[in-house]
Design a protein around this ligand. Structure first.
Ligand SMILES: Cc1cc2nc3c(=O)[nH]c(=O)nc-3n(C[C@H](O)[C@H](O)[C@H](O)COP(=O)(O)O)c2cc1C
Length: 392
């Protein structure tokens, strides 16, 4: 068994690397390619019942490169969900499960706030044989105009309602994908988990304006001279994704959550959903990036833009990078370090208190005071005792 194998929500993945919903999972051809290149699971491009309402524009991407280099650090898209008919997707899900029975295939779904539509899409898609669902409560552009995607994900009450419809119909695990375009990501996540979802995925893209062309004075990406704010992804968003995953990990699995760290290093605040899963997304391109998300509690790590920049073979490099990190620390399974770093977050007041403690100790040592038992010496024992007396 590979040390990267992971089991949660009744699913077993050969490794934690999952294709995130988007162009890398947009039809059966590319999903097949992902399974053949060894990805642990694939989340298909988001589908809805009526694709005729989905009309994309071109160009629909804009990239930011590092100064003086070809390296892509930021990526904005104004792409909508899949424009392919629901019936086509159902056929392709069946074909994929026939051809890759062991491949973990996850359908991403989005619908209007209508119970019948959600129940229909869940029932018909699970009959096609997919292994799990991801609910797209997070697409930041285009469909919020129809109260879909992020417009739902920003409202915990709507999440509660939609997740209870979905969980009433779903017989397979359900993850709710969260939008980062919100102040407190834990509120909608808690609503989804309380409504019975098996897991949380975060983050989707961050609402952004990539830039203004200083020749034409028009925003990018430019479609006939006009634009709309889009979703920002790629390595530039990773620190924001890490922060949000840290907040979710703390809420779900416990942590310090602003309270003092216990002497034993145990979480001072117990987790509210320790039996649920967390799928981290945002700017992952290396095994080391993934290790950081796992240290914050993630079971899986999704990659979308990284595949658009580096191709499907990235799976092999991600696995090798994560295995090298584990070998360096002597970890034999992902569970051995999942969530380990959550305990090192605390309040600023606690940082100040700890720093004072260290400074006070240094001062005491400089004054020749014994601060550790190993420092006691037989020849200067009396002098050492004298120096420790505070009231002479
Ligand atoms: C071009 C593009 C299209 C995307 N389409 C979808 C989508 O249909 N459904 C969805 O849930 N997320 C979609 N996403 C968001 C990604 O799944 C992911 O949450 C986000 O890009 C951050 O991860 P990354 O930095 O690895 O790309 C899309 C992202 C990009 C770049």
């Amino acid at each position: 068994m590979s040390i990267l194998e992971c089991t949660f929500d009744g699913l077993t993945l050969p490794n934690p690397f999952v294709i995130g919903s988007g162009p890398p999972g947009t039809n059966a051809k590319v999903i097949g390619k992902a399974f053949e290149e060894g990805w642990g699971a694939v989340i298909a491009k988001t589908i809805s019942l009526d694709s005729s309402k989905v009309i994309n524009v071109a160009p629909r991407y804009a990239r930011m490169r590092a100064a003086g280099s070809k390296e892509v650090i930021g990526w904005e898209n104004i792409e909508l969900i899949s424009d392919r008919p629901f019936a086509t997707w159902i056929d392709e899900f069946k074909q994929l499960k026939d051809k890759y029975p062991d491949g973990v295939l996850i359908a991403s779904v989005m619908e209007e706030c209508n119970k019948d539509a959600w129940v229909e899409i869940i029932e018909r898609t699970q009959e096609a044989g997919v292994d799990a669902f991801e609910l797209n409560f997070s697409c930041p552009h285009g469909l919020p105009e129809r109260k879909m995607g992020a417009a739902m994900g920003q409202d915990p009450e709507i999440i509660t309602e939609v997740c209870s419809w979905v969980n009433g119909a779903a017989k397979i695990p359900v993850w709710a994908k969260m939008t980062p375009n919100i102040t407190h990501i834990v509120d909608p996540a808690r609503a989804a988990l309380e409504a019975g979802c098996e897991g949380i995925a975060a983050i989707n893209t961050i609402l952004s304006v990539m830039g203004i062309d200083l020749e034409t004075l028009r925003p990018e990406p430019s479609v006939e001279g006009y634009s709309v704010p889009g979703g920002y992804s790629c390595k530039a968003v990773r620190p924001i994704a890490l922060r949000m995953v840290m907040e979710l990990g703390t809420m779900m699995y416990g942590g310090t959550s602003g309270k003092a760290i216990t002497e034993s290093g145990e979480p001072a605040v117990p987790g509210e959903f320790v039996d649920r899963s967390l799928s981290a997304i945002g700017g992952v391109e290396t095994g080391e990036d993934a290790a950081q998300f796992i240290l914050l509690g993630a079971h899986t790590v999704q990659v979308c833009t990284g595949v658009m920049v580096h191709g499907y073979k990235l799976a092999g490099e991600l696995c090798r990078g994560l295995e090298a990190f584990m070998a360096k620390h002597g970890f034999n399974s992902l569970e051995e370090f999942r969530g380990h770093s959550l305990r090192y977050f605390t309040t600023h007041a606690e940082l100040v208190r700890r720093q004072h403690e260290v400074k006070a100790r240094d001062k005491a040592e400089r004054a020749g005071m014994v601060t550790k038992d190993a420092a006691w010496e037989g020849d200067s024992f009396v002098e050492q005792s004298d120096r420790l007396v505070s009231n002479d």
